[in-house]
Design a protein around this ligand. Sequence first.
Ligand code: NAD
Ligand code: ZN
Length: 344
Amino acid sequence: MKKMKALVKARPERGLWMEEVPVPRPGLNDVIIKVAKSAICGTDLHIFRWDEWSRKTIKTPMVIGHEYMGYIEEMGAGVTNLKPGDRVTGEGHLACGYCRNCRRGKEHVCENSVGIGVNIDGSFAEYVRIPATNVVPLDPRIPDEWAAIMDPFGNATHTALSFPLLGEDVLVTGAGLIGSMAIAIARYAGARFIVASDLSDYRLGIARKMGATLTVNPSKGEKISDTVKKLGMRGFDIGLEMSGSPAAFTEMISNMYNGSSISLLGILPSDFAVPWSDIIFKAITLKGIYGREMWETWYKMEMMIIGGIDLNPVITHRFGIDDFMLGFEIMEQGNCGKVILNWE
Ligand code: NAD
Ligand code: ZN
Protein backbone atom coordinates (compact mmCIF):
# COMPACT_ATOMS: atom_id res chain seq x y z
CA MET A 1 0.00 0.00 0.00
CA LYS A 2 1.34 3.45 -1.00
CA LYS A 3 2.04 5.71 1.98
CA MET A 4 2.05 9.50 2.37
CA LYS A 5 2.89 12.15 4.96
CA ALA A 6 -0.07 13.61 6.84
CA LEU A 7 -0.75 15.72 9.92
CA VAL A 8 -2.73 13.42 12.16
CA LYS A 9 -4.70 14.08 15.31
CA ALA A 10 -3.41 10.75 16.51
CA ARG A 11 -4.34 10.89 20.19
CA PRO A 12 -7.02 12.61 22.28
CA GLU A 13 -4.67 15.22 23.79
CA ARG A 14 -3.03 18.54 22.84
CA GLY A 15 -0.86 18.26 19.73
CA LEU A 16 -0.67 17.16 16.13
CA TRP A 17 1.69 14.59 14.67
CA MET A 18 3.27 14.11 11.25
CA GLU A 19 2.71 10.44 10.39
CA GLU A 20 2.87 8.02 7.47
CA VAL A 21 -0.65 6.96 6.48
CA PRO A 22 -2.06 5.12 3.43
CA VAL A 23 -2.70 7.24 0.31
CA PRO A 24 -6.51 7.37 -0.15
CA ARG A 25 -8.04 5.46 -3.09
CA PRO A 26 -10.79 7.13 -5.13
CA GLY A 27 -14.36 5.78 -5.07
CA LEU A 28 -16.32 5.75 -8.34
CA ASN A 29 -17.18 9.47 -8.17
CA ASP A 30 -14.19 10.74 -6.18
CA VAL A 31 -10.98 12.53 -7.05
CA ILE A 32 -7.61 12.37 -5.33
CA ILE A 33 -5.94 15.78 -5.12
CA LYS A 34 -2.19 16.18 -4.67
CA VAL A 35 -2.01 19.01 -2.16
CA ALA A 36 0.42 21.85 -2.98
CA LYS A 37 -0.51 24.48 -0.39
CA SER A 38 -2.43 24.28 2.88
CA ALA A 39 -3.61 27.01 5.24
CA ILE A 40 -4.28 26.81 8.97
CA CYS A 41 -7.87 27.51 10.03
CA GLY A 42 -9.05 28.52 13.50
CA THR A 43 -10.78 25.12 13.58
CA ASP A 44 -7.42 23.37 13.14
CA LEU A 45 -6.11 25.34 16.10
CA HIS A 46 -9.09 24.18 18.20
CA ILE A 47 -8.26 20.59 17.26
CA PHE A 48 -4.56 21.13 17.96
CA ARG A 49 -5.38 22.49 21.43
CA TRP A 50 -7.95 19.72 22.03
CA ASP A 51 -10.54 22.08 23.49
CA GLU A 52 -14.06 21.18 24.57
CA TRP A 53 -15.51 21.43 21.05
CA SER A 54 -12.79 19.15 19.60
CA ARG A 55 -13.20 16.59 22.37
CA LYS A 56 -16.92 16.39 21.52
CA THR A 57 -16.45 16.40 17.74
CA ILE A 58 -13.21 14.74 16.61
CA LYS A 59 -12.69 10.98 16.53
CA THR A 60 -8.99 10.10 16.67
CA PRO A 61 -7.01 9.14 14.69
CA MET A 62 -7.95 11.66 12.00
CA VAL A 63 -6.05 13.54 9.28
CA ILE A 64 -7.18 17.14 9.85
CA GLY A 65 -7.21 20.24 7.58
CA HIS A 66 -9.64 21.64 5.02
CA GLU A 67 -7.97 24.75 3.50
CA TYR A 68 -5.82 23.81 0.51
CA MET A 69 -5.21 23.86 -3.20
CA GLY A 70 -3.54 21.33 -5.42
CA TYR A 71 -3.75 19.26 -8.60
CA ILE A 72 -5.95 16.31 -9.52
CA GLU A 73 -3.85 13.17 -9.31
CA GLU A 74 -6.38 10.42 -9.86
CA MET A 75 -10.11 10.06 -10.50
CA GLY A 76 -12.81 7.42 -10.11
CA ALA A 77 -14.22 5.94 -13.33
CA GLY A 78 -17.46 7.92 -12.91
CA VAL A 79 -15.79 11.34 -13.04
CA THR A 80 -16.11 12.90 -16.49
CA ASN A 81 -15.93 16.68 -16.01
CA LEU A 82 -12.36 16.88 -14.68
CA LYS A 83 -8.96 15.56 -15.68
CA PRO A 84 -5.67 14.69 -14.01
CA GLY A 85 -3.47 17.76 -13.60
CA ASP A 86 -6.39 20.20 -13.17
CA ARG A 87 -5.57 22.93 -10.65
CA VAL A 88 -8.29 22.84 -8.00
CA THR A 89 -9.50 23.48 -4.50
CA GLY A 90 -12.57 22.01 -2.81
CA GLU A 91 -15.66 22.85 -0.80
CA GLY A 92 -15.07 21.26 2.60
CA HIS A 93 -18.70 20.48 3.46
CA LEU A 94 -19.96 17.33 1.76
CA ALA A 95 -23.72 17.56 1.26
CA CYS A 96 -25.87 14.45 0.90
CA GLY A 97 -27.75 15.64 -2.19
CA TYR A 98 -31.11 14.13 -1.21
CA CYS A 99 -32.36 15.84 1.98
CA ARG A 100 -35.02 18.58 1.87
CA ASN A 101 -32.41 21.37 1.96
CA CYS A 102 -30.14 19.84 -0.66
CA ARG A 103 -33.10 19.39 -2.97
CA ARG A 104 -34.15 23.00 -2.61
CA GLY A 105 -30.66 24.26 -3.45
CA LYS A 106 -29.51 24.92 0.13
CA GLU A 107 -26.71 22.41 0.33
CA HIS A 108 -24.81 24.53 2.86
CA VAL A 109 -27.47 23.62 5.42
CA CYS A 110 -27.69 19.94 4.41
CA GLU A 111 -29.11 17.74 7.18
CA ASN A 112 -26.33 15.21 6.73
CA SER A 113 -23.35 17.47 6.10
CA VAL A 114 -19.91 15.93 6.63
CA GLY A 115 -16.80 18.09 7.16
CA ILE A 116 -13.45 17.35 5.53
CA GLY A 117 -10.77 17.28 8.22
CA VAL A 118 -13.39 17.28 10.98
CA ASN A 119 -15.62 14.24 10.40
CA ILE A 120 -13.52 12.49 7.73
CA ASP A 121 -9.84 12.62 6.74
CA GLY A 122 -8.73 16.06 5.61
CA SER A 123 -6.19 17.91 3.54
CA PHE A 124 -3.10 18.32 5.76
CA ALA A 125 -1.70 15.47 3.70
CA GLU A 126 0.13 14.84 0.47
CA TYR A 127 -3.17 13.61 -0.99
CA VAL A 128 -6.80 14.26 -0.10
CA ARG A 129 -9.91 12.47 -1.38
CA ILE A 130 -13.14 14.40 -2.08
CA PRO A 131 -16.22 13.72 -4.21
CA ALA A 132 -15.86 15.20 -7.70
CA THR A 133 -18.99 17.30 -7.01
CA ASN A 134 -17.03 19.19 -4.32
CA VAL A 135 -14.13 20.10 -6.60
CA VAL A 136 -13.70 23.76 -7.53
CA PRO A 137 -11.57 24.18 -10.69
CA LEU A 138 -9.40 27.29 -10.43
CA ASP A 139 -9.29 30.11 -12.94
CA PRO A 140 -5.62 30.73 -13.89
CA ARG A 141 -5.94 34.30 -12.53
CA ILE A 142 -6.46 33.01 -8.96
CA PRO A 143 -3.05 32.86 -7.22
CA ASP A 144 -2.16 29.57 -5.47
CA GLU A 145 -2.06 31.10 -1.99
CA TRP A 146 -5.45 32.74 -2.42
CA ALA A 147 -6.84 29.45 -3.73
CA ALA A 148 -5.67 27.80 -0.50
CA ILE A 149 -7.78 30.22 1.60
CA MET A 150 -10.99 30.21 -0.43
CA ASP A 151 -12.75 28.28 2.34
CA PRO A 152 -12.48 31.14 4.91
CA PHE A 153 -12.72 33.76 2.15
CA GLY A 154 -16.01 32.03 1.39
CA ASN A 155 -17.18 32.38 5.01
CA ALA A 156 -16.33 36.07 4.73
CA THR A 157 -18.11 36.38 1.37
CA HIS A 158 -21.24 34.57 2.53
CA THR A 159 -21.40 36.77 5.65
CA ALA A 160 -20.56 40.10 4.02
CA LEU A 161 -22.76 39.71 0.94
CA SER A 162 -25.83 38.54 2.86
CA PHE A 163 -27.19 42.08 2.65
CA PRO A 164 -26.67 44.76 -0.05
CA LEU A 165 -23.64 46.92 0.82
CA LEU A 166 -23.57 49.69 -1.78
CA GLY A 167 -23.38 53.03 0.03
CA GLU A 168 -23.94 51.40 3.43
CA ASP A 169 -21.98 51.92 6.65
CA VAL A 170 -20.59 48.62 7.90
CA LEU A 171 -19.35 47.51 11.32
CA VAL A 172 -17.12 44.42 11.50
CA THR A 173 -16.58 43.15 15.06
CA GLY A 174 -13.58 40.80 15.10
CA ALA A 175 -11.03 41.65 12.39
CA GLY A 176 -9.50 38.20 12.61
CA LEU A 177 -8.67 35.82 9.80
CA ILE A 178 -12.18 35.96 8.36
CA GLY A 179 -13.21 39.46 9.51
CA SER A 180 -10.27 41.07 7.75
CA MET A 181 -11.32 39.48 4.45
CA ALA A 182 -14.91 40.65 5.04
CA ILE A 183 -13.59 44.22 5.19
CA ALA A 184 -12.06 43.90 1.71
CA ILE A 185 -15.32 42.41 0.42
CA ALA A 186 -17.40 45.25 1.90
CA ARG A 187 -15.01 47.73 0.29
CA TYR A 188 -15.23 45.88 -3.04
CA ALA A 189 -19.04 45.80 -2.84
CA GLY A 190 -19.29 49.58 -2.43
CA ALA A 191 -19.71 50.17 1.30
CA ARG A 192 -19.22 53.80 2.44
CA PHE A 193 -17.64 53.64 5.92
CA ILE A 194 -16.24 50.40 7.33
CA VAL A 195 -15.34 50.34 11.01
CA ALA A 196 -13.54 47.28 12.39
CA SER A 197 -12.96 46.32 16.02
CA ASP A 198 -10.46 43.83 17.39
CA LEU A 199 -8.47 43.31 20.58
CA SER A 200 -5.22 42.97 18.58
CA ASP A 201 -3.44 46.00 17.14
CA TYR A 202 -1.59 43.66 14.78
CA ARG A 203 -4.91 42.51 13.30
CA LEU A 204 -6.29 46.06 13.18
CA GLY A 205 -3.23 46.93 11.08
CA ILE A 206 -4.29 44.24 8.59
CA ALA A 207 -7.87 45.57 8.77
CA ARG A 208 -6.73 49.02 7.67
CA LYS A 209 -4.76 47.51 4.77
CA MET A 210 -7.92 45.62 3.77
CA GLY A 211 -9.88 48.87 3.57
CA ALA A 212 -11.24 49.76 7.04
CA THR A 213 -12.05 53.46 7.39
CA LEU A 214 -11.43 53.44 11.15
CA THR A 215 -10.43 50.77 13.65
CA VAL A 216 -11.31 50.36 17.32
CA ASN A 217 -9.43 48.40 19.99
CA PRO A 218 -11.83 47.88 22.94
CA SER A 219 -9.00 46.47 25.08
CA LYS A 220 -7.51 49.98 25.04
CA GLY A 221 -10.79 51.61 26.07
CA GLU A 222 -11.62 52.69 22.50
CA LYS A 223 -15.35 52.84 21.70
CA ILE A 224 -17.27 52.06 18.53
CA SER A 225 -19.71 54.85 19.46
CA ASP A 226 -16.88 57.40 19.06
CA THR A 227 -16.41 56.34 15.41
CA VAL A 228 -20.16 56.80 14.82
CA LYS A 229 -19.83 60.41 16.02
CA LYS A 230 -16.55 61.03 14.24
CA LEU A 231 -17.87 59.85 10.88
CA GLY A 232 -21.20 61.64 11.33
CA MET A 233 -23.36 58.53 11.13
CA ARG A 234 -26.68 57.77 12.83
CA GLY A 235 -25.49 54.22 13.31
CA PHE A 236 -24.39 51.27 11.18
CA ASP A 237 -26.59 49.90 8.40
CA ILE A 238 -24.88 46.51 8.33
CA GLY A 239 -23.15 44.55 11.11
CA LEU A 240 -20.82 41.61 10.47
CA GLU A 241 -20.20 39.80 13.77
CA MET A 242 -16.99 37.83 13.35
CA SER A 243 -15.54 37.68 16.87
CA GLY A 244 -17.89 35.34 18.72
CA SER A 245 -17.57 37.73 21.66
CA PRO A 246 -20.71 38.68 23.68
CA ALA A 247 -19.09 42.05 24.52
CA ALA A 248 -18.52 42.80 20.83
CA PHE A 249 -22.05 41.74 19.84
CA THR A 250 -23.59 43.82 22.63
CA GLU A 251 -21.59 46.89 21.56
CA MET A 252 -22.59 46.23 17.96
CA ILE A 253 -26.30 46.23 18.83
CA SER A 254 -26.03 49.55 20.63
CA ASN A 255 -24.37 51.16 17.57
CA MET A 256 -26.72 49.88 14.86
CA TYR A 257 -29.13 52.22 13.05
CA ASN A 258 -32.88 51.56 13.17
CA GLY A 259 -33.88 49.01 10.54
CA SER A 260 -30.33 47.71 10.10
CA SER A 261 -29.18 44.14 9.46
CA ILE A 262 -26.59 41.89 11.11
CA SER A 263 -24.94 38.70 9.83
CA LEU A 264 -23.63 36.45 12.59
CA LEU A 265 -20.61 34.28 11.75
CA GLY A 266 -18.74 34.28 15.06
CA ILE A 267 -19.83 31.46 17.34
CA LEU A 268 -21.39 33.31 20.26
CA PRO A 269 -21.99 31.35 23.45
CA SER A 270 -25.60 30.30 24.02
CA ASP A 271 -25.88 31.69 27.51
CA PHE A 272 -25.35 35.44 27.65
CA ALA A 273 -27.77 38.32 28.13
CA VAL A 274 -28.59 39.40 24.57
CA PRO A 275 -30.07 42.94 24.44
CA TRP A 276 -33.28 41.64 22.86
CA SER A 277 -35.42 44.73 23.42
CA ASP A 278 -32.88 46.89 21.53
CA ILE A 279 -32.93 44.39 18.66
CA ILE A 280 -36.73 44.52 18.61
CA PHE A 281 -37.24 48.28 19.00
CA LYS A 282 -34.52 49.06 16.45
CA ALA A 283 -36.17 46.50 14.13
CA ILE A 284 -32.82 44.82 13.48
CA THR A 285 -32.71 41.80 11.16
CA LEU A 286 -30.39 39.00 12.36
CA LYS A 287 -29.06 36.28 10.05
CA GLY A 288 -27.02 33.28 11.19
CA ILE A 289 -24.33 32.21 8.73
CA TYR A 290 -23.06 28.68 8.21
CA GLY A 291 -20.32 27.78 5.76
CA ARG A 292 -20.51 28.87 2.13
CA GLU A 293 -23.52 28.78 -0.18
CA MET A 294 -23.07 26.11 -2.80
CA TRP A 295 -22.34 27.44 -5.21
CA GLU A 296 -23.19 31.13 -5.29
CA THR A 297 -20.53 32.01 -2.73
CA TRP A 298 -17.85 30.30 -4.81
CA TYR A 299 -18.96 32.10 -7.96
CA LYS A 300 -18.85 35.48 -6.21
CA MET A 301 -15.38 34.77 -4.77
CA GLU A 302 -14.06 33.92 -8.21
CA MET A 303 -15.58 37.10 -9.67
CA MET A 304 -14.14 39.31 -6.89
CA ILE A 305 -10.66 37.84 -7.33
CA ILE A 306 -10.76 38.24 -11.10
CA GLY A 307 -12.22 41.72 -10.56
CA GLY A 308 -9.22 42.81 -8.51
CA ILE A 309 -9.93 42.35 -4.78
CA ASP A 310 -6.63 42.15 -2.86
CA LEU A 311 -6.21 39.37 -0.29
CA ASN A 312 -2.44 39.72 0.05
CA PRO A 313 -2.42 41.71 3.33
CA VAL A 314 -4.17 38.84 5.13
CA ILE A 315 -1.45 36.27 4.30
CA THR A 316 1.37 36.99 6.73
CA HIS A 317 3.35 33.76 7.26
CA ARG A 318 4.61 30.91 5.11
CA PHE A 319 6.35 27.71 6.24
CA GLY A 320 7.36 24.41 4.73
CA ILE A 321 5.08 21.60 5.90
CA ASP A 322 7.79 20.08 8.09
CA ASP A 323 7.75 23.32 10.12
CA PHE A 324 4.00 23.04 10.73
CA MET A 325 4.53 23.47 14.47
CA LEU A 326 5.88 27.00 13.92
CA GLY A 327 2.68 27.80 12.07
CA PHE A 328 0.45 26.49 14.86
CA GLU A 329 2.48 28.33 17.48
CA ILE A 330 2.16 31.66 15.69
CA MET A 331 -1.57 31.06 15.19
CA GLU A 332 -1.94 30.36 18.89
CA GLN A 333 -0.09 33.51 19.80
CA GLY A 334 -2.32 35.53 17.39
CA ASN A 335 0.16 37.99 15.86
CA CYS A 336 -0.59 36.74 12.38
CA GLY A 337 -3.02 36.66 9.52
CA LYS A 338 -3.38 33.51 7.45
CA VAL A 339 -0.52 31.01 7.72
CA ILE A 340 0.32 29.03 4.57
CA LEU A 341 2.08 25.64 4.71
CA ASN A 342 3.84 24.52 1.52
CA TRP A 343 4.01 20.86 0.55
CA GLU A 344 6.38 21.33 -2.39
P1 NAD B 1 -10.19 34.62 14.63
O1 NAD B 1 -9.91 34.11 15.99
O2 NAD B 1 -9.07 34.80 13.66
O3 NAD B 1 -10.95 36.03 14.73
C1 NAD B 1 -11.70 36.44 15.81
C2 NAD B 1 -11.18 37.82 16.19
O4 NAD B 1 -12.08 38.39 17.14
C3 NAD B 1 -9.79 37.79 16.84
O5 NAD B 1 -8.87 38.53 16.05
C4 NAD B 1 -10.04 38.40 18.21
O6 NAD B 1 -8.98 39.25 18.63
C5 NAD B 1 -11.31 39.20 17.97
N1 NAD B 1 -12.07 39.52 19.18
C6 NAD B 1 -12.24 38.78 20.31
N2 NAD B 1 -12.98 39.47 21.22
C7 NAD B 1 -13.29 40.65 20.65
C8 NAD B 1 -14.01 41.79 21.10
N3 NAD B 1 -14.57 41.84 22.29
N4 NAD B 1 -14.13 42.83 20.23
C9 NAD B 1 -13.56 42.80 19.01
N5 NAD B 1 -12.84 41.75 18.54
C10 NAD B 1 -12.71 40.69 19.37
O7 NAD B 1 -11.30 33.66 14.02
P2 NAD B 1 -11.78 33.52 12.50
O8 NAD B 1 -11.16 32.32 11.91
O9 NAD B 1 -11.66 34.83 11.82
O10 NAD B 1 -13.32 33.19 12.74
C11 NAD B 1 -14.18 34.19 13.24
C12 NAD B 1 -15.34 33.57 14.00
O11 NAD B 1 -16.17 32.85 13.10
C13 NAD B 1 -14.94 32.57 15.08
O12 NAD B 1 -15.85 32.71 16.17
C14 NAD B 1 -15.14 31.24 14.39
O13 NAD B 1 -15.35 30.20 15.32
C15 NAD B 1 -16.35 31.51 13.57
N6 NAD B 1 -16.55 30.70 12.36
C16 NAD B 1 -17.82 30.41 12.04
C17 NAD B 1 -18.10 29.71 10.88
C18 NAD B 1 -19.51 29.46 10.50
O14 NAD B 1 -19.74 28.73 9.54
N7 NAD B 1 -20.47 30.07 11.20
C19 NAD B 1 -17.05 29.30 10.05
C20 NAD B 1 -15.75 29.63 10.39
C21 NAD B 1 -15.51 30.33 11.56
ZN1 ZN C 1 -28.46 17.07 2.28
